[in-house]
Design a protein around this ligand. Structure first.
Ligand code: TRP
Length: 359
C-alpha cells in the first residue's frame, strides 16, 4: 500500500518550538528520508476561520508566516505538496456530503471540540462552521486518501471521527475512502511542550512561547526567565526536576552530542539531572546550556527564513502551485465520491438514456 501523508496547521500565528518538536521536525525527517509516496502539508486557513470569522485578517496575514516557518524548517516544495486549504474547494464539497453521515450528538461528544468550546466561550452560541470542523478535517484527510497523519495528541479525536466517516461512507456507498492512522511524536515530552512559564500550553496571549523566528536575544531572554524550581535558591540546594521547564525543554531538545559540544563535563542529560537534584548546580549554568542547544537548532532555521523573506512572491507561487496540484488530487477523489453516491448524473449514460416510463 502507498504511504500517503497529510498534515496541517491553522495559520493563527507563527510556529513555535513546540510545533517543531511536536511535528515539524518529524515531517522534515520523513521528507528527507523519502519514507513516503505522497506528502501533503496544508495551511488550514478555512479551519482557522471557523473560530476567527470576525478576524479574517489575522488568518490572512499568518498564511505567509506559517509558509515561511515550514520552508525555513526544511520542508521542500520539490518533494512535497504545500497548499492552502481554502484554495481547494473540493474539500468543502466533500465535507458537505460527509455531514449527512455524522450526528450532532456525535460531534458534541468530540473531546477536542468540547474543550475548544469552553476555551473560546462558545457555550451559548456555537458557530455551525466551528462545530462542523471535525467533518471538514475528515474531508482534508480523505481527499488525498491519506493513511498517515502526523499530529499532536489533541488531534486523535479528529482522526477517529474521520475513520468513522470513512467506514460509514464505504458501507453505505461502496468501498471508496481510505482509513487513516495518526502518528504521534515518539517521545512523550514532545507531545505537548509547556510554555516558558510552566503553564501547560504555549500561547501567544500568555507570552510564554519561543517562536522559530525569534531573534537570538529574544530566545536568550525567554530561556533566562524560564520557570525552574522556586525552592532552588542557593546553588548548593538540591533542585527539583518535576515541573522544571528548563529540564523539560532539555528532555525535548538536548542530545548527547550537545553535551559533548557545550557541556563536556557531563556525558548526558541523566548526569546533569543527577547533579541538579543532588545540589551544587546552579540554574544559570543549565539555562546557558539550553540556550546553546536551542541556538544550534534555530540558527539554520533563521538563516533559511531570511533567504525566503527576500522573495515573498516566490513563496506565494510555491503555495499557488501546490494548491493547484492538491486540487487535482482532491478533484479525483470527489469524482469517485460522487460516482459512488451516484450523483454524477451527467456522466451516467445509463441514467440519461433509460427509457422514460413514469408509471
Ligand atoms: N486541526 C489541526 C490543528 O488545529 C489542523 C488541521 C486541519 C489538520 N486539517 C488537518 C491536521 C488535517 C491534520 C490533518 O492544528
Amino acid at each position: 500500500m502507498k504511504k500517503i501523508i497529510l498534515t496541517g496547521d491553522r495559520p493563527t500565528g507563527r510556529l513555535h518550538v513546540g510545533h517543531y518538536v511536536g511535528s515539524l521536525s518529524r515531517r522534515v525527517e520523513i521528507q528527507n528520508k523519502g519514507e513516503f509516496d505522497e506528502m501533503y502539508v496544508m495551511i488550514a486557513d478555512a479551519q482557522a476561520l471557523t473560530d476567527n470569522a470576525e478576524n479574517p485578517e489575522k488568518v490572512r496575514s499568518n498564511i505567509i508566516e506559517v509558509a515561511l516557518d515550514y520552508l525555513s524548517c526544511g520542508l521542500d516544495p520539490d518533494k512535497i505538496t504545500l497548499f492552502i486549504q481554502s484554495q481547494v474547494p473540493e474539500l468543502t464539497e466533500l465535507a458537505f456530503y460527509y455531514m449527512n453521515l455524522v450526528t450532532v450528538s456525535r460531534l458534541q461528544r468530540n473531546p477536542t471540540v468540547k474543550n475548544e468550546i469552553v476555551m473560546r466561550n462558545f457555550e451559548a452560541s456555537i458557530p455551525v462552521g466551528f462545530f462542523n470542523y471535525p467533518i471538514s478535517q475528515a474531508a482534508d484527510i480523505t481527499a488525498f486518501k491519506a493513511n498517515t497523519v502526523p499530529v499532536g495528541e489533541d488531534q486523535l479525536p479528529m482522526i477517529e471521527q474521520t475513520n468513522e466517516i470513512v467506514r460509514k461512507f464505504n458501507s453505505v456507498y461502496g468501498e471508496t475512502l481510505v482509513e487513516a492512522k495518526a502518528v504521534l511524536p515518539e517521545r512523550k515530552v514532545c507531545l505537548r511542550l509547556p510554555g516558558t512559564d510552566g503553564k501547560a500550553k504555549m500561547s501567544k496571549s500568555l507570552g510564554n512561547c519561543i517562536y522559530l523566528a525569534d531573534t537570538p536575544e529574544k530566545v536568550k531572554q525567554a530561556v533566562m526567565s524560564m520557570y525552574t524550581d522556586p525552592d532552588h535558591i542557593k546553588v548548593t540546594d538540591p533542585g527539583k526536576l518535576e515541573g522544571n521547564v528548563v529540564f523539560t525543554y532539555l528532555d525535548a531538545f538536548a542530545t548527547d552530542g550537545h553535551f559533548e559540544k557545550y557541556l563536556p563535563e557531563y556525558k548526558n542529560l541523566d548526569e546533569l539531572k543527577a547533579h541538579y537534584t543532588r545540589g551544587g548546580l546552579g540554574d544559570m549554568k543549565v539555562k546557558r546550556f539550553l540556550n546553546a542547544v536551542l541556538e544550534e537548532i534555530l540558527t539554520p532555521i533563521r538563516a533559511r527564513r531570511k533567504e525566503y523573506e527576500k522573495d515573498i512572491p516566490a513563496v506565494y507561487e510555491i503555495l499557488r502551485k501546490g494548491s493547484e496540484r492538491a486540487r487535482e488530487v482532491a478533484a479525483k477523489t470527489l469524482d469517485e465520491v460522487k460516482s459512488a453516491m451516484r450523483i454524477n448524473y451527467f456522466k451516467d449514460a445509463e441514467l440519461i438514456n433509460k427509457e422514460y416510463n413514469p408509471d
